[in-house]
Design a protein around this ligand. Structure first.
Ligand code: BES
Ligand code: MN
Ligand code: ZN
Length: 469
């Protein structure tokens, strides 16, 4: 479900605000006169509060004959990072309440408002649970950053919703229907059309499932004319059982989110118009369900990708790269982009390397890598550059095909790097970047801007990058 909390913006603190949040800055003073009976510094000293981000001191106050509450919230050093922490702490504190009026702190209002809204995200199918705060009212003279933040948060929430949806509902055709709701033109290849066009990787991964695969293309064209064209490619595995190289239950039960990259692409394409992105963007989602069955592909099968390259499938659980290879080859051959960025929950190995908070970026182009890392820093979808180590390329040599999809032995290791090297073979000579979000695509905690389950990682960095001028 989308974020249930509504956001409104006012210029002045409403006189009857029952629940009012006010920032106190590093000298422990609120920006607004609250007519409290005890001076704020004394009050904070009493509660041993130092004004750190995430600290909240709740004070009862007289309000129109009754009792209201002021939440004095710390902002730490006032950096965007600290403000995100303050904002999400506030939203979490008022869970279940009707409304909170928030006087915005100094600094990055968009970062603050975005975090406040993201912290309200929940995904439920029928379960009651405690609802997030019904309404957040931001007090600020400038509405624009809050409205932009709200649109970005909605896109993140859509990506989370798509990835959190159980795979009993979410199959490739369902994903294509959701893509068609984004207000941009969509083209969908069904199984027959995939066959006719030679998308052998998407077909091979999908052939074991009762739910046939799809390739989904979304197209955004800005109002102002532009030559610049970016292609985004998302991994859209609606469930990854591993196929005949079956996963154990523990590893399998999180794999409904294996289309998180595709969800990001759909959500980003849906938000570009409202955010006024100045570039043409084509989104491709390579969607398939990876299942074991009598029609599934076998370890040792050789498949032919879009464009004619052959691959020996030594492990059917390395399926993401097979569907992405088709989409990357198609983008290179047919779409003539200035840059291609793919995003995928590709390897368990990347969460060993970078953990759950920082996503990986591989790139054939230093400028592109630099831009994405900068957007990642500013948008809070942080990225770390990983190396495409040419010495490891022999890992993917095959006796019988142009390439194999995994290393046959265990000479090279480096599972996330070799996966990226595989993709590079299909990306062509254009500037290309690959985001491995297997570590950051899911959260195991309800904390800060995250809730347990899908994170929507990638929406914020890509929207930041695509809307920069
Ligand atoms: N979807 C998985 C990667 C993954 C693992 C995502 C854990 C999120 C959490 C991917 O398709 C996969 O199975 N990768 C294999 C590759 C291996 C067979 C070379 C992996 O990481 O084990
Ligand atoms: Mn897999
Ligand atoms: Zn997968």
């Amino acid at each position: 479900m989308p974020i249930e909390t509504t956001a409104s913006v006012v210029a002045e603190v409403p006189a009857d605000a029952e629940l009012l949040a006010v920032p106190y800055n590093p000298d422990l003073r609120p920006g607004v006169d609250l007519h409290l009976h005890v001076p704020v510094p004394d009050l904070l000293a009493h509660y041993d509060s130092k004004g750190e981000a995430g600290e909240i001191v709740e004070v009862p106050v007289a309000r129109g004959g009754g009792v209201g509450r002021v939440l004095l919230y710390g902002v730490g050093d006032g950096s965007p990072r600290a403000l995100r922490k303050s904002a999400s702490a506030l939203t979490r504190r008022v869970k279940g309440r009707d409304g909170l009026v928030v006087v915005l702190p100094e600094g990055d209002a968009a970062a603050f408002a975005e975090a406040a809204l993201l912290a309200a995200y929940t995904f439920r199918i029928g379960a009651p649970g405690k609802r997030p705060v019904r309404e957040l009212t931001f007090v600020t003279p400038d509405e624009q950053p809050v409205r932009r933040a709200q649109r970005v948060a909605e896109a993140v929430a859509l990506a989370r919703d798509l990835a959190n949806m159980p795979s009993s509902t979410k199959n490739p055709a369902w994903l294509a229907e959701r893509a068609a709701e984004q207000g941009v033109p969509v083209r969908v290849w069904d199984e027959e059309q995939l066959q006719a066009a030679g998308f052998g990787g998407i077909l091979a991964v999908g052939q074991g499932s009762a739910n046939p695969p799809r390739l989904i293309q979304l197209s955004y064209t800005p109002d102002e004319p532009t030559d610049r064209h970016v292609v985004l490619v998302g991994k859209g595995i609606t469930f990854d059982s591993g196929g005949l190289s079956l996963k154990p239950t523990e590893n399998m039960k999180t794999q409904k989110t294996d289309m998180a990259g595709g969800a990001v692409v759909i959500a980003v394409l849906g938000a570009l118009a409202e955010l006024g992105a100045p570039v043409r963007v084509t989104g491709l989602v390579a969607a398939a369900e990876n299942m074991p069955s009598g029609t599934a592909q076998r370890p040792s099968d050789v498949i032919t990708h879009y464009g004619g390259r052959t691959v020996e499938v030594l492990n059917t659980d390395a399926e993401g790269r097979l569907v992405l290879a088709d989409a990357l080859a198609y983008a290179d051959a047919e779409l003539h982009p200035d840059a291609v960025v793919d995003i995928a929950t590709l390897t368990g190995a990347i969460s060993v390397a970078l953990g759950r908070n920082i996503g990986a970026v591989y790139a054939s182009d230093d400028a592109l890598a630099g831009q994405l890392i900068e957007s990642g820093r500013d948008s809070d979808d942080r990225l770390w550059r990983m190396p495409l180590i040419d010495d490891y390329a022999p890992a993917l040599e095959s006796q019988v095909a142009d390439l194999s999809n995994v290393e046959a032995g265990s000479t090279y290791g480096a599972g996330s790097i070799t996966a990226a090297l595989f993709l590079r073979e299909f990306a062509g000579k254009r500037p290309w970047a690959h985001l491995d979000i297997a570590g950051v695509g899911r959260s195991t905690v309800d904390e800060g801007t995250l809730s347990k389950g899908a994170t929507g990682f990638g929406v914020r960095v890509l929207l930041d990058w695509l809307t920069r001028r």
